[in-house]
Every structure is written in structure tokens, then in C-alpha cells.
Design a protein around this ligand. Structure first.
Ligand code: ZN
Length: 385
């Protein structure tokens, strides 16, 4: 209860004006991605899609419900309270310090930069430090570009836990860490997450200037080019005042440039899809990269069983499956650095951003293992650079 006691006492101090905002998930029909454009044009927060049910899920504040009465609403439910078992920035830091202490020969912890509010952005490199191979191939995992997507940090932390704790007993894991460096950034946006815990559980952006910037619309590749982000500071997809302006964006870019990973997996939620470049147009990856890139994306999606237990994820570009996205991380990773990068959107629309920890945390992170393990297996296969 600790975290919520802090919130409750803050609210008492601030008085009634700061009553927590109440949000609803509202499900509306979506026959094709084109149906999302008018919703986004109205400034609605399109949070995810369900390709089977052909629906989109939008997050609406209670006092905005009246403004969407004209939409066909299939279902509507209040956003649940965030379970306290999910991690705060301080708890992520403590977890990484602990794992480094327990596995000093396998874990190298490093701050890759500081957030807008000065929090360290932590990464760990998982690798057998004593092994002979000195020029190891690398892979980069990042989570929580978006503050409210709390399950993504759990997926990253589970990967760290799994690889370190299985090194001694699992020859496959041993081979991976002997030969590769697996870099994991479990919480790219700690300031936003701090706000999720203390003010607004549906907060998405960082906290730049108080209004925040959508870190995943801030990358300097096709930035602000196709109406796939917003120039309005109040928008949930505000792209920032210039390309690459945010310290969180810069931190991940600097790490990627330095380690030149073969793969980048970027965890988001939700929709149960795998996304590859590009976000702006029907244009996808050009030959000769396209075959191996798209095949890998398709295979990755196939490995990921949905949390319902029925069927697996689908793959495609954001443009094909969702809506235009500009300034997204994976377009920059591939477009500028030729890194094979994928977004994985974990959890279904029916689970939302913050599903019950007790019920879903272990299920989701365990199902995600098949995805990142598949990419670790592909580290030895031909790549695109
Ligand atoms: Zn996201």
C-alpha cells in the first residue's frame, strides 16, 4: 500500500482540486487503419487495436465521455488502479544494483544518460565478462518509452533475471552470454513513470516543460514529417520542439550508435503486434534488406502467443496496422543506423496498459521469452549489415 499512501497523503495536502483523473477504456469499431485517422484528428488518445475483433481502444477522461457520444461504442470500462507491484524508477534501480551484485561476472550496469528531471537512465549489459571473444555481437532491448506501459519494464527485467539465473544451468543461455552482449534498458522514461505513480496513471510522455514530449515521436528520422505526431504541447503525441531534443531520446541513440546492435527490440503496450519500419507511408524496407527483415518480423510475431492463449501476434508496419507514426525509434534505428529494429506491443486491448499484476505479470513476461529468445538464436544468422 506504500505507494498509494504517498499519493493519498499528497492529495490531502493539495486539497480537492487534485482529485485523481478517472479514465475509461472505450472500444470502438475499426474496419481498417483508416478508421483511426478521424479519431486521432479529434485529439483522442488511440491506445491500441484488436485485429481479431476489428476494434480500436481509446482512453478517455471521465469528463470527456460526453464528447464521444456520437461514436459507436462497443464497450466501455474504467481504467483500474495501478497495482503497486509494478516498479517505480527507484525500484528498477534497486533491482539492477542487486542483480549486478549477485552476478558480477555477467552484469555491467551503466547510466546511459539523465532524464529531463535528472534521473539516471539505467542500462545493463549482460555478457560473460571473462570470455575470450572480445568483439561480441550486441543486441539492444529497450522498454518504457511511454510511461504508462508498465508491463514493458517487467518484460525487460524478466529477461535480465532469466539470462543471469540460467547461465550456470542452461547451455543455451551460457552460449548466448559467452558470445554476445545483450544490452537492456528497462525504463527509458523514468520521469514519466514517476508521474504515473504520483499524479496520473495514464501519463504517456516524459515531463519536459511540465507538458511533456512523446519520446517515441522525437527521433531525428522523418521527424514531424507525415502527421504521425503532434505539434501541440498538450497532445499525447507531442513531438518536441526539435528533432532529437529529449535527453531520453539522445540516451538511447547514443547507446545504439556506440554498441551497433544487430537487433533492437523495443517494448510497448498494447495490441499484441510486432511492428517494423516505416511508420510514415506504404513504403517499407527496401531490397535487399526487406526479405530477411520482414521474414524475421513475421517469425518473431509467430513465436508470440497472445495472452488469451489463442493465436499469435501479427506483424506489419505501423502505417499498415495502426496509423502514421513519425519520429519513432525503430525508423531511426533502421533508417540511420541499419539496425534491425522491432516494436513489440505486449498485452491485448482487453488487458490495457496496466493489467492486474498478480493475474498477468508472469503470464505476459513468460510468453515474451519466446520472442527475445528467437532473436538471440538469430544472432548467428545472416543479418542486414
Ligand atoms: Zn508505447
Amino acid at each position: 500500500m506504500r505507494k498509494w499512501l504517498v499519493l493519498a497523503s499528497t492529495l490531502v495536502l493539495l486539497g480537492n482540486h487534485s482529485a485523481p483523473l478517472r479514465y475509461f477504456y472505450v472500444e470502438v469499431p475499426m474496419n481498417s487503419p483508416q478508421d483511426l485517422a478521424p479519431l486521432r484528428a479529434r485529439g483522442l488518445d488511440v491506445a491500441g487495436i484488436n485485429l481479431e475483433r476489428k476494434t480500436a481502444s481509446i482512453v478517455v477522461q471521465e469528463n470527456q465521455l460526453g464528447q464521444i457520444r456520437d461514436l459507436t461504442i462497443i464497450s466501455q470500462r474504467p481504467v483500474e488502479r495501478l497495482d503497486e507491484e509494478y516498479k517505480t524508477p527507484e525500484e528498477v534501480e534497486a533491482t539492477l544494483i542487486e542483480v549486478e551484485k549477485n552476478f558480477p561476472q555477467l552484469v555491467k550496469r551503466e547510466s546511459i544518460g539523465r532524464s529531463v528531471e535528472g534521473r539516471e537512465i539505467w542500462a545493463v549489459a549482460l555478457t560473460q565478462k571473462q570470455s575470450i571473444n572480445k568483439s561480441k555481437k550486441t543486441m539492444l532491448i529497450d522498454a518504457m518509452h511511454h510511461a504508462r506501459e508498465v508491463m514493458t519494464t517487467e518484460v525487460a527485467l524478466d529477461m535480465i533475471d532469466y539470462l543471469t539465473s540460467h547461465y550456470q544451468t542452461d547451455s543455451q543461455v551460457k552460449e548466448w552470454l559467452d558470445n554476445y552482449e545483450v544490452w537492456v534498458v528497462p525504463m527509458l522514461n523514468p520521469d514519466g513513470n514517476h508521474r504515473v505513480w504520483n499524479e496520473e496513471n495514464m501519463w504517456r510522455k516524459n515531463t519536459q516543460g511540465g507538458h511533456g514530449v512523446d519520446v517515441n515521436r522525437n527521433y531525428p528520422y522523418a521527424w514531424g514529417s507525415c502527421n504521425g505526431s503532434s505539434g501541440l504541447k498538450t497532445s499525447d503525441t507531442y513531438r518536441g520542439h526539435s528533432a532529437g531534443s529529449e535527453p531520453e531520446t539522445q540516451a538511447l541513440m547514443a547507446l545504439a550508435k556506440r554498441i551497433q546492435p544487430k537487433f533492437n527490440l523495443s517494448y510497448h503496450s498494447y495490441s499484441e503486434i510486432v511492428i517494423y519500419p516505416f511508420g510514415c507511408s506504404p513504403e517499407t524496407i527496401p531490397a535487399p534488406d526487406s526479405k530477411i527483415y520482414l521474414d524475421t518480423g513475421r517469425e518473431l510475431a509467430k513465436k508470440l502467443v497472445k495472452d488469451s492463449g489463442q493465436g499469435s501476434y501479427q506483424s506489419g508496419t505501423s502505417y499498415e496496422l495502426l496509423y502514421n507514426v513519425d519520429g519513432g525509434s525503430i525508423d531511426w534505428m533502421y533508417g540511420k543506423e541499419k539496425i534491425m529494429a522491432f516494436v513489440v506491443e505486449v498485452n491485448g486491448t482487453w488487458q490495457g496498459f496496466q493489467p492486474s499484476y498478480k493475474k498477468w505479470r508472469d503470464v505476459t513476461v513468460q510468453r515474451q521469452r519466446a520472442g527475445w529468445m528467437y532473436l538471440l538464436e538469430q544472432m548467428a544468422a545472416p543479418g542486414i549489415k
